[in-house]
Design a protein around this ligand. Structure first.
Ligand code: IPM
Ligand code: MG
Length: 355
């Protein structure tokens, strides 16, 4: 298991350190894990004036999986766009062909009260948001800011999806649903966008190959509403890059804290990049208060999807559950009466539970 470790910026290094401890436990038990570190995001800019240094992409190509913390920091906010930390993230996704982004939103029974929604709305929630990650308005050309004849400037981006891009993400969605509750909801804006009309047509056609899966379609504005009205109606949501970006942040809040949500970004051969859904949180960086559980749960996803070790994935998830059952909470999921702990102590507890 060759793993590239890219801690990144902000709280990235702290949370990744805890996930690496989990990998070290697994290695000490005999899993053949090799880890190598590289820079990304602002750390890449500091080291090599590039948010995705060549050496980092090379290492990622040569690895089976990538573990990533987070990117971004105030000191990089005014850099020209190509040097901004986010570009490192977008380029590594594109460069590795990681088109399928899995963002599960699960409510742990222990955390049902941490959600901003009523516990009965979210208790038992288990949905998978599948976001297409290498197309759409994120990468479409042309884009830019141009000067109009009347002297004012105009910003423009291009939303694009080709049939093959839609088809391959749809297949991933149906295959995931086959292993779950066999329901796919495809989210688009087909009442307004031509891109979405094609999206809906192709997803419907692919759906015919999976007769056991119930396919529905929903406009993105309605989906945003349904997610907070009755989220348990969903099993797998499959959607494009920009809609998935927005809906996955919304879904994260159903679970209590974005600090709990892992993600996997996969290519066609299950090579993957694993990162927490949350950002670099520069305001709390270096204070030992960030929640490392999303990153640790990302390692579980790595074991499941890239290394096909469902057994190991479940052990890590069980260790996280056990830690929550013991009442340990970082600040983002803290409730009165439980024990507030820091990043390191949360990592200690997961490592102990794993052993
Ligand atoms: C995410 C983030 C990124 C995205 C940003 C940091 C470029 O919001 O992973 O959801 O928009 O994809
Ligand atoms: Mg986002």
């Amino acid at each position: 298991m060759k793993i590239a470790v890219l801690p990144g910026d902000g709280i990235g290094p702290e949370i990744v350190a805890q996930a690496v401890r989990v990998l070290e436990v697994l290695r000490s038990e005999g899993l053949k894990i090799e880890m190598e570190y590289a820079h990304i995001g602002g750390a890449g800019y500091d080291a090599a004036k590039d948010p995705l240094p060549e050496a980092t992409l090379k290492l990622a190509h040569a690895s089976d999986a990538v573990l990533l913390g987070a990117v971004g920091g105030y000191q990089y906010d005014n850099l020209p766009r190509p040097q901004r930390p986010e570009q490192g993230l977008l380029r590594i996704r594109k460069g590795l062909g990681l088109f399928a982004n899995l963002r599960p939103a699960m409510v742990y029974p222990e955390l049902a009260n941490a959600s901003s929604l009523k516990p009965e709305i979210v208790a038992g929630l288990d949905i998978m948001i599948l976001r297409e990650l290498t197309g759409d308005i994120y990468f479409g050309q042309p884009r830019g800011i141009r000067n109009l004849e009347n002297g004012e400037r105009q910003g423009f981006d291009t939303m694009l999806y080709s049939e093959s891009e839609i088809r391959r993400i749809a297949h991933v969605g149906f295959r995931i649903a086959m292993k779950r509750n066999k329901k796919v909801c495809s989210v688009d804006k087909a009442n307004v966008l031509d891109t979405s009309m094609l999206w809906r047509e192709i997803v419907t056609a692919v759906g015919k190959e999976y007769p056991a899966v119930e396919l529905s379609h929903m406009y993105v504005d309605n989906a945003a509403m349904q997610l907070v009205r009755a989220p348990k109606q969903f099993d797998v949501i499959v959607t494009g890059n920009i809609f998935g970006d927005i809906l996955s942040d919304e879904a994260s809040m159903l679970t209590g804290s974005i600090g709990m949500l892992p993600s996997a970004s996969l290519d066609a051969n299950n090579k993957g990049l694993y990162e927490p859904c949350h950002g670099s949180a520069p305001d709390i960086a270096g204070k030992n208060i960030a929640n490392p559980l999303a990153t640790i749960l990302s390692v579980a996803m790595m074991m499941r999807y890239t290394f096909a070790r469902e057994d190991v994935a479940q052990r890590i998830e069980a260790a996280v559950r056990k830690t929550l059952q013991k009442g340990l909470r970082t600040g983002d999921i803290f409730e009165d009466g439980l024990s507030k702990v820091g990043t390191d102590a949360m990592g200690d507890a997961v490592v102990a539970a794993l052993k």
